[in-house]
Ligand binder design. Structure first.
Ligand SMILES: Nc1ncnc2c1ncn2[C@@H]1O[C@H](COP(=O)(O)OP(=O)(O)OP(=O)(O)O)[C@@H](O)[C@H]1O
Ligand SMILES: [Mg+2]
Length: 246
């Protein structure tokens, strides 16, 4: 079972936060007058899971993220999010406040949660350095490179520590080296206790994830699960699309 393969250190780290899950059963969606983009998408993920949502351009990856966020209502199926109280988004084109520093972007959510200015600043610097951004702390957002801005948004997500983090194409604009650092940070966010779902075309991102939901994996006529486990070969628990062991 998947639970038993989770490293002890990680299990310890995640302990102390109430259980949270996202479950989808038989999801399907079409926009008004358009074709069915996907159907029968079923999965169940928990804190610490990092999931790649894959498929060709136009297959519905961003749409699926919107459905999971609750912005779009699916035409088929249902979603349950027990224990999920906070949801974060990291968009493909990172949005920030141009004149605010990188440090401000990461410290602000901590201040909003009631931290003192000193504590927020110390913690924000620690997190920035975990993302290789220690030298950007005092720079305004507009002066960051695309890769730095993307990592900054993920660093901010670590501070917010949402129960569910939705990330759309985090590496689409990045060179391979920067993409690798961004991919490595996805696991870092999940280890903080989030469920991380990432829409991506990037094989490196896919490899960095524990699971993949492939919207192109099966013809739409097949009633099969689109979830596969990348965590180490065949796993019988995966024969159930709503993993009973999860
Ligand atoms: N609000 C909308 N109304 C109608 N059609 C839409 C809407 N949003 C998206 N679509 C269409 O739905 C399809 C899936 O779009 P979506 O953005 O989810 O694809 P994607 O897999 O994320 O693609 P990409 O890899 O290019 O980002 C596309 O054909 C798109 O034009
Ligand atoms: Mg998209």
């Amino acid at each position: 079972m998947l639970r038993s393969r989770r490293p002890a250190a990680k299990t310890k780290e995640l302990r102390g936060r109430a259980d949270a899950e996202i479950r989808a059963e038989g999801l399907g969606h079409a926009f008004r007058g358009g074709p069915l983009l996907f159907e029968n998408v079923s999965f169940r993920f928990r804190r610490g899971d990092v999931v790649a949502i894959c498929g060709p351009s136009g297959s519905g990856k961003s749409t699926l993220l919107s459905i999971l966020a609750g912005w779009e209502k699916p035409v088929e199926g249902q979603i349950d999010k027990p224990g999920i109280r906070t949801t974060g988004w990291v968009f493909q084109n990172p949005h920030g406040v141009a004149h605010r520093t990188a440090l401000d972007h990461v410290a602000f959510p901590l201040l909003a949660q009631g931290s003192s200015r000193r504590d927020a600043s110390d913690r924000a610097r620690d997190v920035l350095s975990g993302f290789g951004l220690e030298n950007t702390a005092e720079r305004p957002f507009h002066a960051l490179s695309g890769g730095e801005a993307q990592r900054l948004m993920l660093a901010r997500a670590v501070c917010i520590a949402p129960d569910l983090l939705l990330v759309d194409e985090p590496t689409a604009q990045l060179d391979q080296t920067t993409a690798r650092t961004v991919n490595a940070t996805l696991r870092h966010v999940a280890d903080g206790g989030s469920i991380v779902l990432v829409a991506t075309h990037d094989q490196g991102t896919r490899d960095a994830c524990t699971y993949t939901v492939d919207l192109a994996a099966h013809p739409l006529t097949e009633r099969t699960s689109v979830v596969s486990n990348l965590e180490g070969g065949k796993d019988e628990s995966n024969s159930d699309p709503l993993r009973s062991g999860a």
